[in-house]
Design a protein around this ligand. Sequence first.
Ligand code: FE2
Length: 268
Amino acid sequence: MKSLNITALNILDLDAQSAELPNLGPIISEALETKGYIVLRNCKIDVDDIPIAHELILKTTELIGEPISHDAHNSIVWDIKSNSSVNNGVVTYSEHSHEAQLHTDSQYSLSPEEAFGLLTLKKAKCGGGESFLLSMENILAELRALPEGDRLERVLRENDYPFIVPNVFKKSSDELEFNFGPIISDGRIRFRVDTLEKALLARPDLCTIEQVEAYEILKDIILNSSATLSFFLEERDLIFINNLTMLHGRSQFTDSNRHLLRVRFNLK
Ligand SMILES: [Fe+2]
């Protein structure tokens, strides 16, 4: 794994009032299109002033996209904190503190959001919570280098895979819910190990043997890629990630004070 020398902008003047800095929107948009992510470092906020932090991430997001609500309550800014009360059933990564393997967000949704932003208010003090990024470009390069790479890629493109819907996003509390989509399509990837494997465990009939084989090989590439970038998000870092072309993950942490804000959005 590479230690990432992340492309980070030191935006010393970025606060909730000045999120309309000239050229900031185009800089973020271009980074999301070309590199797949951008980190704005040292945002000028008091990390304990939650309303101002909300305003900062929202205003900056609105420069480049249209925020999407996370749930039935229309929450736009979502807290990422470990929540010990939701350790049963299928939970989403924003609710627990275990390792989050490389994945795309909302892979269980029919149309996953195109991008998201994370503002770090409290970093984990335990040494955990390291961030990981891996691009679809690197994944495809490794897949295509395999002797059967072209065939495997076709299987991943031409077949729908099932993803189980996490409890917090389900319409009904009793029944398992699935959504379906190809893992790879033009310019986008959807991937998460546990929502796909839980779906297959419950309904093995939803994939052919050929599909499972292609998925397992792709999973091996993703979880062992030497192209994975690793880094720590620092307090007052605001990162934007392209959710169609980048996988992200994070290591386990034990510090229950870790606190990030997230906004999901589609690009303008
Ligand atoms: Fe995520």
